[in-house]
Design a protein around this ligand. Structure first.
Ligand SMILES: CC(C)(COP(=O)(O)OP(=O)(O)OC[C@H]1O[C@@H](n2cnc3c(N)ncnc32)[C@H](O)[C@@H]1OP(=O)(O)O)[C@@H](O)C(=O)NCCC(=O)NCCS
Length: 198
């Protein structure tokens, strides 16, 4: 690689993916060095069985493949959520069929502290604000009320239920599907910013 290439060629997979800061988290593109931490957290059926793509068991090789494959498609933005510099989970917007889908998972030790909602809101703002998406889809297994709640807290609205293959359990399961469009997002944002005039 020439010096020019070294300076100007952005290192995939960070290319085009900004760093987002929330109140407690830093969200950035996953890097090669995150593979061990990601594998440790994702190698848990409580995580993988609630996602469609994560296999079980899940090792460092799987995490390496995942990191190499993300942020390569137009309109895609995959972030690792870090707390004090340590990876705690993933939140992404990715093309699926003709739409863009929000997906996320967090390591079990970090559940129940509002991290998924905090990160999802930042990624949703990025998807509508910077990437210019018109709508986002998402889904949660019908047995996963925590994920459903995250989506509701982010303004998603239920649309229907469909069967999807869950790789970790090598079986299909019913998934509640949700949608958030730009108009509702913009309305929620302006409402949240409204102040009561004294
Ligand atoms: C779903 C998941 C992301 C939630 O992460 P989290 O950081 O704990 O989420 P948050 O703390 O932001 O919000 C969880 C909400 O669900 C609620 N909740 C948790 N368990 C619940 C249950 N059994 N029944 C009803 N609500 C529940 C919480 O009280 C919270 O709502 P509140 O803020 O109104 O109290 C996490 O459990 C996870 O990674 N699961 C495995 C992967 C997954 O499900 N991914 C999503 C599908 S792609």
């Amino acid at each position: 690689m020439t010096l020019e290439q070294e300076v100007f060629a952005p290192t995939r997979p960070e290319h085009g993916v900004p760093v987002l800061k929330t109140e407690r988290l830093t969200l950035r593109a996953p890097r090669h060095g995150d593979a061990g931490a990601i594998a440790l957290l994702a190698n848990d059926l409580r995580v993988s069985a609630n996602t469609s793509h994560i296999p079980h068991p899940y090792g460092v090789d799987d995490a390496e493949r995942f990191i190499a494959s993300v942020n390569t498609r137009s309109g895609e933005a995959c972030f690792v959520g870090t707390l004090d510099g340590k990876p705690i989970g993933i939140c992404s917007v990715a093309p699926r069929n003709d739409a863009f889908e929000l997906g996320y998972w967090y390591g079990v030790p970090y559940w129940g502290r509002g991290f998924a909602t905090e990160a999802a809101r930042a990624v949703i703002d990025h998807a509508f604000g910077d990437l210019g998406h018109e709508a986002l889809l998402s889904g949660a297994r019908v047995t996963n009320p925590a994920s459903r709640r995250v989506l509701e807290k982010c303004g998603f609205q239920w649309t229907d239920v469909r069967l999807y293959r869950i790789r970790a359990i090598n079986s299909a399961a019913p998934i509640d599907r949700f949608r958030l469009d730009r108009g509702l997002w913009a309305s929620l944002k302006s409402w949240a910013g409204a102040r009561h005039a004294v």
